[in-house]
Design a protein around this ligand. Structure first.
Ligand code: ATP
Ligand code: MG
Length: 337
């Protein structure tokens, strides 16, 4: 279920990070829109910018890093880029639920789980303390935590990894968010629990019509959960489209390489390489041209000079966006700009 109305709209976002020793352009002109009831997966290798892109506008990057944002990230009628940290925190509390890879980074280890959920519901969903308590128990039930009445009074360290992940999802939902951001929510879990948590997120999204942004370095998990996929490479969008098109009719050599490196994922257009050779570029000193050039099997001299524009191209069922002029020309793909 999607509608034209984007609940979260990011346009031409540029994010520079500064530490005492380095300055990095972590995100360089990225746009993406998320609609109600839709799951968008953001995929890319470690360091491609998935976390900075999704958590940076929400003011959730670690301390010790100065961040400079340009462009726009509209949520709840406000451009997060223009807000103070206090204002961002308020929009985040009401509008976004965030699920992290490490549940302990979201939960207070000193407080029992139920009261943490209830406090969130009181503060942001406007419930009375009695309603908030009931709501917390029902969220624990809904996220599949056994004996929720008892678990209400458990401390985070008393739960197993999978259960704690469920409690964090409950916490993220307590404020009744419109957008759920899940940053590698299952990486630390074993395969069975991973599948259960992904199914839980998908069910919640379908039932509540929440928009979900799912960040993963594993393009293999995307097929079962995402409506759309955005592939990030070195802080830029390499390719973006419906999950079906990106997974079955990928265009960018990087996407094709990623899919070919998934053991049981067969794509007709995959290059056959099991792994993409080389490493992503150092974002501290980026030069002009395509950032994938050094690792690309199809690289031409012009790729090192001109940054390929993101174009709308048809290869699968619907047009999707891709930043590779070489494949478009070689395969004579129809452009719909
Ligand atoms: N705290 C930080 N200090 C300095 N640079 C950072 C910091 N966090 C991220 N970066 C830089 O920003 C860029 C994007 O990093 P980001 O953490 O968003 O990648 P990612 O795609 O989330 O990777 P991973 O899959 O490992 O989580 C990288 O070049 C990284 O080195
Ligand atoms: Mg990350």
């Amino acid at each position: 279920m999607t509608s034209e109305y984007a609940v979260y709209a990011v346009d031409d976002l540029v994010i520079d990070l500064y530490t005492p020793t380095v300055s990095v352009r972590a995100i360089d002109g990225v746009s993406f829109h998320v609609h109600r009831g839709e799951t968008v997966a953001v995929v890319g290798e470690s360091g491609s910018g998935k976390t900075v892109l999704t958590l940076g506008p929400l003011g959730l990057l670690p301390e010790g890093v100065a961040i400079d944002l340009r462009g726009s990230a509209f949520a709840d009628g406000r451009n997060l880029v223009d807000l103070s940290l206090n204002e961002i925190s308020d929009v985040r509390g009401r509008f976004f639920g965030v699920i992290f890879q490490d549940p302990m980074s979201a939960m207070n280890p000193m407080l029992k789980i139920g009261p943490q959920l209830a406090r969130q519901a009181e503060r942001y969903a406007g419930l009375s303390s009695e309603e908030a308590r009931k709501d917390a128990v029902s969220l624990l039930t809904r996220t599949g935590i056994p004996d929720p009445e008892d678990r209400y009074d458990s401390y985070p360290h008393e739960l197993s990894g999978g259960m704690l992940q469920r409690a964090m999802i409950a916490l993220a939902l307590a404020s009744r968010p419109r957008v759920l951001i899940a940053d590698e929510p299952t990486t630390a879990l074993d395969a069975t629990v991973q599948a259960q948590i992904l199914a839980l997120i998908r069910d919640i999204q379908k039932e509540d019509g929440i928009a979900v942004v799912l960040i993963t370095h594993d393009i293999g998990v995307v097929a079962s959960v995402a409506d759309r996929v955005m592939v990030l490479y070195a802080g830029q969008v390499a390719e973006e489209g419906t999950a079906l098109d990106v997974l079955t009719a990928p265009i960018h050599p990087y996407t094709r390489g990623l899919l070919a490196s998934v053991p049981d994922f067969r794509s007709e257009t995959a290059t056959g390489t099991r792994e993409i050779p080389g490493l992503p570029p150092n974002q501290v000193k980026l030069e002009g041209g395509c950032r994938f050039a050094d690792r690309c099997p199809l690289v031409l001299p012009s790729c090192r000079v001109h940054r390929p524009p993101l174009r709308t191209v048809k290869n699968g069922a619907t047009p999707h966006r891709v930043a590779c002029s070489v494949v478009i020309a070689l395969e004579e793909l129809p452009v719909h700009d």
